[in-house]
Design a binder for this molecule. Structure first.
Ligand code: SAM
Length: 527
C-alpha cells in the first residue's frame, strides 16, 4: 500500500466504523470466539456496498450510491492510485516551480519549462469513471483546488455518476463526459481519450484509468477459477465494466497511440493494469513508440496486486520512489524504467571527520564542499535551497522512507564540461584555433589530456557533449535513520547525498550520470 494510505496501518474496526455510519450495523457479523469484535461478509454485495459508503462518509465526507449491478469500488485500493497521482502531480509541479523561480531570467523564451501556468489549477481526466465516480470524488475530497473530467460510455453508470457528483455538490469541479461511441479503434468512433480531444484548448495535468481488464466472458470466468482459493469478495461488475475487445492491453495501447497526438498538452498519461503480462506488453509498446519517459508502480491490497503505468512526452523526470517499484520480481524488473535517482552514502572517513563532529555539522560541512565542487563546474548554473522544508521520499531495501533534507541544490547545465571527452574536445578546439592563429601569437598555455585527473571516461551522449535543452537535477544532502550497522555505532543516522535527475531528454541521461560521478569523485578525492 502507498505509505500515505490511511488504511495502511489501521486494522479495520468495523464496529467503530458502524458508530459513525449506523446503516452498517446490520451488516456486522459478530464474532463468537472474540466477543466485542465484528467483521463484514465480503461475499455479500450489499454489505460490501455499505462498507464502501461508510468509509467514504467517515474518512472523506462523501456520499455515494451505486446500483447493485455495477462495480462497488474498494476504497483502500482506489486510494492507492489517487495517492500515486498526487505524487506525480506534486513532483511535476515542484520541478516546474524550481525551474521557473531559478532559471526564468536565463534564456527566457527558450527554456521549455518556462511555462506561465497557474500551478494551483490542476486538471485531471478519469477515463471510464463508472457509476461511483470514485477517483474524481476522492481527488476532490483530498485536493480542494483540482478539477476533473470524467468519461463514461455506459448510460446507467453515467446517470448514477451524475447523481453522485450532484449529491456531493461537485458539479463545478467534476465534468462528466459522455464518451459513448468511443472504441478501442479510434477509426471506428471517438477516441478513448475523448475528453482531451473534446477540450482541445485545455492543458491537462494527468489522465487516469481503471480499464475493463478482460477480453471475453471466458477470460472472466477463467480468472475467477484461478482465484478459487482466495478469500472471496463478490464482484458485481457488469460486462461493460469488465470486458473490452482485446482486453486491457488493447485498451491501454490505444490510449498510448492516441496520446501521441496530444503530446505535452497533458503532462502525464496513466492507467491501471490488472495483469502482469499486460505491463510487459504495454512497456514493449512504449519502447517501440520511443516513449522513453515512463513510470511503473504497484498497488497491493491483501492478496490483490495491480500495477499502474504512466508515460509523458515532457522532459520531467520523476524520482525512483515514484517511477519504479522497490524489490521487483524478475518480470517487473525487466519492465522498469531506468533510475533517475542516484544515492551516494557518505562514509565518515571519506570526509575526514573528527569524532567530535555530530551529523549536523558534518552535513553543514558537506554542503559547503558540494557548493565548492559545483562552483568549479564550468557553465553549470546552481542554487542552494536551505531551510529543511523539502521532504523527499527515498527508497532503501525495498522500504520507502521519508527524509527531511537539510538543504538541497538545484543545478542546471547544457553541456559536459568536466569529463575527459570534454577536455579532449576543448583541446581539439584550442588546436584548431591555434592553427588559425598567426605563428607569433601562439602561446604555450595548452591543456593536455595528461592533466586530466579523472580515471574513467565518462559516458556522454551526443557528439559534442551538448544537450539541446539542457538538463536539471537536484542534489539533496541529509540524514536518514540508519538501517544497519553495528549496534554500538553512536550515530543512529546515516549521511546521504542523493542526486535526482529532474528534467531532460532521454538522450541526455549520460550527461546526468556523468555529472553525478564527477561531483562524487571531486567530493571524496579532494575532501
Ligand atoms: C473497470 S470499470 C472502472 C470503474 C471505476 N473507475 C472504478 O475504478 O471503479 C471500467 C469502466 O470503463 C468504462 N468504459 C469502457 N470503455 C470505455 C471508453 N471507451 N470510454 C470511457 N469509458 C469506458 C466502463 O463502462 C466501466 O465503467
Amino acid at each position: 500500500m502507498h505509505p500515505r494510505n490511511i488504511y495502511l496501518h489501521k486494522a479495520p474496526d468495523f464496529q467503530e466504523l458502524a458508530e459513525t455510519y449506523p446503516e452498517l450495523k446490520r451488516h456486522l457479523v459478530h464474532s463468537t470466539t472474540n466477543p466485542g469484535t465484528a467483521a463484514i461478509d465480503f461475499r455479500n454485495d450489499e454489505s460490501q456496498r455499505c462498507l464502501t459508503k461508510a468509509l467514504l462518509h467517515r474518512d472523506f465526507g462523501l456520499k455515494l450510491e451505486v446500483p447493485s449491478n455495477r462495480l462497488c469500488p474498494p476504497v483502500p485500493n482506489r486510494l492507492n492510485y489517487v495517492l500515486w497521482i498526487q505524487d506525480i502531480v506534486q513532483n511535476t509541479h515542484l520541478i516546474e516551480s524550481l525551474c521557473l523561480s531559478n532559471f526564468e531570467k536565463e534564456n527566457a523564451g527558450i527554456d521549455p519549462w518556462n511555462r506561465k501556468e497557474n500551478l494551483d489549477q490542476v486538471r485531471g481526466v478519469d477515463i471510464g469513471t463508472g457509476a461511483s465516480v470514485i477517483y474524481p470524488l476522492l481527488i476532490c475530497s483530498l485536493e480542494p483546488t483540482w478539477t476533473m473530467y470524467a468519461s463514461e460510455i455506459d448510460d446507467l453508470s453515467l446517470s448514477y455518476a451524475r447523481n453522485n457528483v450532484e449529491s456531493n455538490q461537485l458539479q463545478g469541479r467534476i465534468n462528466l463526459v459522455n464518451s459513448s461511441g468511443s472504441f478501442g479503434d479510434s477509426d471506428a468512433g471517438k477516441p478513448i481519450l475523448w475528453p482531451l480531444f473534446l477540450h482541445e484548448d485545455v492543458l491537462f495535468d494527468f489522465t487516469m484509468c481503471n480499464p475493463p481488464f478482460y477480453s471475453s466472458t471466458e477470460e472472466v470466468s477463467k480468472s475467477a477459477q484461478g482465484k478459487a482459493f482466495e478469500p472471496n469478495a463478490v464482484c458485481t461488475g457488469a460486462d461493460t465494466e469488465m470486458i473490452t475487445p482485446g482486453g486491457e492491453t488493447e485498451f491501454v495501447s490505444c490510449m498510448i497511440k492516441e496520446s501521441i497526438q496530444i503530446q505535452t498538452r497533458c503532462k502525464w498519461f496513466t492507467s491501471m493494469l490488472g495483469k502482469l503480462s499486460s505491463v510487459e506488453e504495454v512497456v514493449r509498446l512504449l519502447k517501440e513508440l520511443r516513449v522513453e519517459n515512463y513510470a511503473i508502480t504497484e498497488f497491493v491490497q491483501g492478496q490483490t496486486r495491480r500495477w499502474a503505468v504512466g508515460w509523458s512526452f515532457m522532459d520531467i523526470r520523476l524520482p525512483d520512489s515514484i517511477s519504479r517499484i522497490p524489490s521487483p520480481n524478475p518480470t517487473i524488473q525487466r519492465c522498469l524504467p531506468q533510475h533517475n535517482t542516484i544515492q551516494q552514502p557518505v562514509l565518515l572517513h571519506m570526509i575526514k571527520s573528527t569524532s567530535k563532529e555530530d551529523s549536523q555539522s558534518i552535513t553543514e560541512r558537506l554542503g559547503k564542499m558540494i557548493k565548492e565542487v559545483l562552483g568549479a563546474v564550468d557553465k553549470a548554473v546552481f542554487r542552494e535551497v536551505r531551510g529543511g522544508k523539502s521532504v523527499i521520499k527515498i527508497v532503501t531495501s525495498g522500504e520507502e522512507q521519508e527524509s527531511q533534507w537539510q538543504s538541497y541544490f538545484v543545478v542546471r547545465m547544457k553541456e559536459d564540461t568536466w569529463s575527459r571527452n570534454a577536455r579532449r574536445r576543448r583541446k581539439r578546439q584550442q588546436q584548431q584555433q591555434q592553427l588559425q592563429t598567426p605563428e607569433h601569437l601562439k602561446g604555450a598555455d595548452r591543456m593536455t589530456v595528461d592533466d586530466d585527473d579523472f580515471t574513467q571516461d565518462s559516458v556522454i551522449t551526443g557528439e559534442d557533449g551538448r544537450s539541446a535543452n539542457g538538463i536539471g537535477c537536484t542534489i539533496h544532502l541529509g540524514m536518514k535513520a540508519r538501517e544497519r550497522g553495528p549496534a554500538e555505532e553512536q550515530s543512529k543516522e546515516e549521511i546521504l547525498i542523493e542526486f535526482h535527475w529532474r528534467w531532460g531528454r532521454e538522450e541526455d541521461r549520460g550527461l546526468f550520470q556523468s555529472f553525478c560521478s564527477h561531483v562524487s569523485r571531486k567530493l571524496f578525492t579532494t575532501g
